[in-house]
Write a protein that binds this ligand. Structure first.
Ligand code: DGP
Length: 112
């Protein structure tokens, strides 16, 4: 499958690892929108939030257990935002489920 995030998980495209376990990989966004901008992805290919089902949602729960650990390790003591863009109207550009962690500054409250 021609998926850049699958290639990142496989080590075929270099990335800056922030966290890794058997289910999840986290790395720094190539185009940071905040001082800390990390992407957390399942190693298994899921296209977007739309592909989450009762059969695979355990990995999403695990991602949300890992996110606070990453935030603590990154010293995001003032808070942070978790975002997942789903589909064209949201501006999803990489069709492998990912959660952005944004922090390190006071973030704009603009939502749309
Ligand atoms: P989204 O718009 O939610 O699909 O965001 C995709 C993000 O992925 C975007 O912020 C840039 C990032 N990105 C795209 N290609 C690469 C890459 O090759 N390496 C890294 N580290 N990040 C990438």
């Amino acid at each position: 499958m021609d998926c850049i995030f699958c290639k990142i998980v496989a080590g075929e495209i270099p990335s800056t690892t922030v966290y890794e376990d058997e289910l999840v990989y986290a790395f720094r966004d190539i185009n940071p929108m905040a001082p800390t901008h990390i992407l957390v992805i399942p190693k298994e290919h899921l296209g977007s939030v739309n592909d989450i089902t009762p059969y695979n949602s355990a990995v999403v729960a695990h991602i949300f257990e890992v996110i606070p650990q990453i935030a603590a390790a990154e010293n995001l003591t003032g808070g942070y935002r978790v975002v997942s863009n789903c589909g064209q109207d949201a501006g999803q550009t990489v069709h492998h489920l990912h959660f952005h962690i944004l922090g390190g500054k006071e973030l704009s409250l603009q939502m749309a």
